[in-house]
Design a protein around this ligand. Structure first.
Ligand code: TV1
Ligand code: CA
Ligand code: ZN
Length: 373
């Protein structure tokens, strides 16, 4: 398997931001990942880059001036005043106005825009930003732990050079913000795999396929509780293969949300580290410029495990990885197994019950077949 030039975006400050006590989103997981990547000696096999922080002006390539201006000013103290004065930009407990929220967003967005630039200039074949993947952020509103949509900003950067971009989202939640941003264009195809039914954000049925010129270019694959590696692969491989054939993307952005892993605190799937990383291996094998982004992931140890292994997959060294964890700053915490892999549990796979997954696959393939006629 041939080598790829890999860029890895990391900012040493990113792990210090906190959404607040008790909030499930923990930026610290990016630092845990980085410490494991370091312990496995991967840093000297790739370009390690500190992202240029995205400016407010750069963010307005997608978001409204008013919303970005608000985010740039808001502090924990002024949140209430600013929020109830005019439009409500931050709603509920999901998106608190935490200390340094704007800087955190500028690191996340800066990494994804930088990753895009690495591909368009030909400097890298694969670019990684585990601090990105915040797929729920809307043009004028924060949503679901996401404030600035780094993915949309990264894709907009890719579109300056490439005619067509494919966005794939394997986070347990629907990639609604990215879908909405490109709903009416045929230059970006979005494809989200997610839990559907009494689950945030509630969108992403197979009837939602895009509008106008974009009709057919939004693909949704709704899944049920307990999705296993086998169930996931039975839809991922055929659907993505068909997309690569009919859409022929110039670049692919893969959102690697880790909340689709077994044992996640907010997720409800039963996918192992190997099942999740198979998606990365599958796309790397297709040899198209690739961006890997983070996203959800709430069982912090497992997020670190997964994204470390997926970094190894990007480098093509996953077969040389020792599944017994090397010494690292969090070693004790990885007990009692002290192993890298995330294994499945005994929950029921509700997709397997009634053949509903076959219908979902057939439906998606039918949608893609219609694109060419
Ligand atoms: C503060 C403290 C906020 C504890 C939020 C779980 C919390 C959640 C918390 C939570 C929580 C959600 C909703 C709220 C509908 C809304 C990064 C009115 C124990 C990409 C975002 C999920 C997922 C949002 C983000 C969801 C991503 N679930 N404890 N909040 N209500 N919000 O359901 O896709 O992974 O849960
Ligand atoms: Ca998803
Ligand atoms: Zn999620």
């Amino acid at each position: 398997m041939s080598k790829r030039k890999v860029a890895y975006y990391f900012d040493t400050d990113v792990g210090s931001y906190t959404y607040g006590l008790g909030h499930p989103m923990k930026p610290h997981r990016i630092r845990v990942t980085h410490d494991l990547v370091t312990a496995y000696d991967m840093l000297d096999q790739m370009q390690v880059l500190r992202p240029t922080r995205a400016s407010a002006e750069t963010m307005t390539r997608f978001h409204t001036d008013e919303y970005v201006h608000f985010l740039n000013r808001v502090t924990p103290e002024t949140a209430e005043e600013l929020t109830y004065h005019g439009t409500r930009f931050l709603v509920g407990e999901d998106n608190p106005a935490f200390e340094g929220v704007f800087e955190f967003c500028s690191i996340s967005a800066g990494g994804s825009i930088g990753a895009a630039t690495r591909l368009t200039t030909g400097a890298s074949d694969i670019a990684i930003n585990w601090a990105g993947g915040l797929h729920h952020a809307k043009k004028r509103e924060a949503s679901g732990f996401c404030y600035i949509n780094d993915i949309v900003l990264g894709i907009l950067e890719l579109l300056r050079t490439y005619p067509r971009v494919l966005y794939i989202d394997i986070d347990c939640h629907h990639g609604d913000g990215v879908e909405e941003a490109f709903y009416t264009t045929d230059r970006v195809m979005t494809c989200s795999f997610h839990k559907f039914g009494e689950y945030f954000p509630g969108t992403g049925t197979q009837e939602d396929r895009g509008r106008g010129k974009g009709k057919g270019y939004a693909v949704n694959v709704p899944l049920k509780d307990g999705t296993t590696d086998q169930s996931f692969q039975s839809v991922f491989e055929p659907v993505i293969s068909k997309i690569l054939e009919v859409f022929r993307p110039s670049a692919v952005v893969l959102q690697c949300g880790a909340d689709s892993l077994a044992g996640d605190k907010l997720g409800c799937f039963n996918i192992t580290m190997y099942g999740h990383a198979h998606c990365v291996q599958f796309l790397r094998k297709h040899n198209v410029p690739l961006i890997l982004l983070g996203g959800g992931g709430y069982t912090v140890k497992n997020v670190g495990r997964l994204w470390t292994f997926e970094t190894a997959c990007a480098l093509g060294i996953e077969n040389e990885i020792d599944v017994n964890l090397p010494w690292n700053p969090y070693f004790e915490w990885f007990g009692p197994r002290y192993r890298l892999e995330v294994v499945e549990n005994n929950m029921d796979d509700l997709n397997a019950k009634d053949g509903s997954l076959d219908k979902v696959r057939i439906n998606a393939l039918e949608q893609l077949r219609e694109l060419n006629s």
